[in-house]
Design a binder for this molecule. Sequence first.
Ligand SMILES: Cc1cc2nc3c(=O)[nH]c(=O)nc-3n(C[C@H](O)[C@H](O)[C@H](O)COP(=O)(O)O)c2cc1C
Length: 323
Amino acid sequence: MVRTRFCDVFGVEYPIVQGGMQWVGRAELVSAVANAGGLGFITALTQPTPEDLAKEIARCREMTDRPFGVNLTILPSISPPPYAEYRDVIVEAGVPVVETAGANPAEHLPVFHKGGVKVLHKCTSVRHAVKAQELGVDGISIDGFECAGHPGEDDIPGLVLIPAAAKEITIPMIASGGFADARGLVAALALGADGINMGTRFLATAESPVHENVKRRLVAATERDTDLIFRPLGNTARVARNAVSEQVVSILDEGGKFEDVRELVAGVRGRKVYEVGDVDLGIWTAGMVQGLIHDVPTVAELIARIVSEAHALIKGRLVGVLA
Ligand SMILES: Cc1cc2nc3c(=O)[nH]c(=O)nc-3n(C[C@H](O)[C@H](O)[C@H](O)COP(=O)(O)O)c2cc1C
């Protein structure tokens, strides 16, 4: 048993979170995480409309009677999705917790809290974490430079970011980016976090709704096989390195504009990677931690393994170093 205050505040057995994942955070994966005692998040924007999100929440409830959440990623966009409508669906469905990410959640916070929804805000810097804490969120997920997706522009890895955040944050805080196993969980606890959030590790599980070729690629890949795209645009994203990511990096490095890569980075191409299993078809998200992934377990096996190995690590190796 590994338990922290995160479990008490968010109503889960283990301090292990599956963060929002576009095209991946669906009922199959999220319910498996819930059934294994972790906190899984359905990704709101994977559902084409707010009505579809309501259906996905209902579908997830048929697969688990344990708590789960919804991720609402609020990214600046020329034609933004109807965030407020997705938010209202989350509240009306009685979902107990939301993971906000991508921007300051201030606009949505009062509605979530009025509806009894706890807010776990994911961010990539100490200053944003402090801001969110001041706004009154219920928990922080602090995402280091290693992470899959958007690491921000500060490039601070978890080994520094987590203790730096822990110094300022008094509410429950989980560490994110680069976690895959018990060693990571124990390290996160030692650095001052109350648990871990994982994306890439959950992408390579039996219940993850993506093509087997993607999972095989994650197992085969090393920690060096990611690319940082959109750096010159100030909107960095860490993705699996492939023919398309290399092309995008080189076009933008040579002074290209977003227009020049728009077709290459189109979301539909990335989605196709997961559906048809051609890992070179488009941009898809993965973190450096793929270098620590060597198998494709079920979610239950993964979480049970992390918990039991963390226990053994603390009781054995760590106690053993005490003179
Ligand atoms: C395939 C994939 C898609 C992701 N999509 C989102 C997303 O839509 N919204 C979000 O907040 N985070 C997203 N993330 C980031 C994860 O929630 C998590 O913060 C990140 O994966 C942690 O780093 P790790 O992959 O090293 O565990 C995604 C990650 C992956 C692997």
